[in-house]
Design a protein around this ligand. Structure first.
Ligand SMILES: [Zn+2]
Length: 455
């Protein structure tokens, strides 16, 4: 597709109004105009017809993990996977103990030549040097979000090569964040001291189930940790983002705390909307946080509806199936997920009357763009924004087969599920990178997203 065209016939989906017929003029990779349907334009401008389709602002997966796929090539495989799912931007986490100056240079070299969609980074802060260097990471690399694991006390983070931290470290980190308005601290909330004991006891169970796994991490260990994070953040003026929230108890705490301290954002993941702890998937269903009760699943849908959950993101971990097919306690945690987020929300949410299309556009595009400093370039179809557009066929049913989606990982939690509502074209800055399941763009087309500080 040339860099200039007019997209005609689609129903445009935006958070603030019902879907409506609107034509979009695209020039130089940007939205150059919003036209009432069939407004005449210069005959030399090509027309892309999208009758019967819905045009969403390009989707953003704010929670992807880098470093778990095939090193280096994961930037192509996982961005192909994102494009297959209608995602035009992804934000990936690094978990390193070394300086991120080194990590940044090295990873950019790989990523720059390979990404199919736009990409940005979150850094996990794990040592004193990382906290000290946060202003430099912001200024030099446009990285404005930092992850902290409240559960990495003692030896818990050792499997990732990370030192243990404590509340004093957390204090210093939030204090630094408070001096960098707009920086988001992404906080894994889990009271590991309690979980450690419960998990040790559960390890004597001979055939552990996902219910045993959930029981080792009861809801209050998430909720209590959320409260502490919010309390700390309020005291130090830091902006908090709670990823992969999974329980009603924690969500209720967030609702309460927000009236007192507004700088709190919440994300949940697709699997907390579709799976509960009665699941018989065994080690295949192992995640942290674990699948929760049916009531918790219902609470997540309520949170999406009433706005107390801001974002849905995948927590994408592109490991192989073989890392799951191990004795329960040794199996890896988490799943690949970017490419199935939208079909899950449309099939289980929109088509079941639980979620409007406007909310889907908010959860998957505008909110992550706003929270992570990508607005107004991303997350909107307003004039001047990047022409990132996800064209969706709401009526299309398709059975999930992981091998068709392109990730390095070779399975999906949704393998064999027939989901209704799929992206049929992914447009990044005016260029089609995926059409009907075919990858059109070149590796290396994806651009790095340096994010400015916006409070
Ligand atoms: Zn994660």
């Amino acid at each position: 597709m040339p860099a200039e065209f007019v997209l005609r016939g689609a129903q445009v989906v935006e958070p603030d109004h019902m879907p409506c017929a609107l034509d979009l003029l695209i020039q130089d990779g940007k939205i150059a105009g919003r036209l009432t349907p069939d407004t005449p334009v210069d005959a030399s401008i090509p027309v892309l017809r999208a009758d019967g389709l819905h045009a969403f602002p390009g989707l953003i997966d704010a929670h992807v993990h880098f470093g778990f796929g095939e090193k280096i090539t994961e930037y192509s495989t996982e961005t192909v996977y994102a494009a297959q799912g209608g995602f035009t931007s992804i934000l990936g986490y690094f978990l390193n103990n070394e300086s991120y100056a080194d990590v940044y240079e090295r990873e950019q070299e790989y990523a720059r030549a390979r990404c199919h969609v736009d990409y940005g980074f979150h850094f996990s802060v794990a040592n004193e040097e990382h906290v000290r260097d946060m202003p430099a990471y912001v200024n030099r690399y446009g990285v404005t979000s930092f992850k902290y694991f409240m559960n990495f006390k003692g030896e818990e983070g050792r499997y990732l090569g990370l030192d243990g931290t404590d509340d004093g470290y957390f204090y210093d980190l939030l204090k630094m964040a408070g001096t960098l308005p707009g920086v988001k601290i992404v906080c894994h909330t889990e009271n590991i001291e309690i979980v450690n004991r419960l998990r040790r006891r559960a390890q004597s169970i001979e055939q552990p189930t996902l219910k045993d796994w959930a029981n080792a991490k009861p809801p209050f260990t998430e909720a209590e940790s959320c409260v502490r994070a919010m309390y700390f953040a309020e005291q130090l003026g830091a902006h908090l983002y709670i990823p992969h929230l999974s329980t009603r108890m924690a969500l209720d705490e967030v609702r309460r705390w927000r009236s007192r301290y507004p700088h709190i954002h919440v994300e949940t993941c697709p699997h907390y909307l579709t799976h509960d702890d009665d699941s018989t998937l065994g080690s295949m269903g192992k995640a942290n946080p674990p699948f929760r009760s049916k009531d918790d699943v219902e609470a997540m849908w309520e949170g999406l509806r009433d706005g107390s959950i801001d974002v849905v993101a995948s927590d994408h971990v592109p490991r192989k199936r073989s890392t799951k097919e191990r004795p329960f306690w040794l199996a890896s945690q988490g799943f690949p997920g970017t490419a199935t987020i939208l079909p899950v929300l449309l099939s289980e949410g929109y088509h079941k009357g639980r979620l409007s299309l406007q909310r889907v556009a908010e959860l998957l595009s505008r909110a992550p763009a706003q929270i992570f400093g990508m607005m107004p370039r991303k997350g909107t179809l307003q004039t001047g924004a990047d022409a990132d557009i996800t064209l969706v066929d709401l009526e299309r049913s398709r059975t999930v087969r992981a091998e068709e989606l392109g990730s390095y990982s070779d399975y999906s939690l949704y393998d064999g599920w027939t989901l209704k509502g799929w992206p049929v074209r992914t447009i990044v800055r005016g260029e089609t990178v995926m059409q009907d399941g075919k990858i059109m763009g070149e590796p290396g087309y994806g651009q790095y997203l340096a994010r400015p500080l916006v409070s």
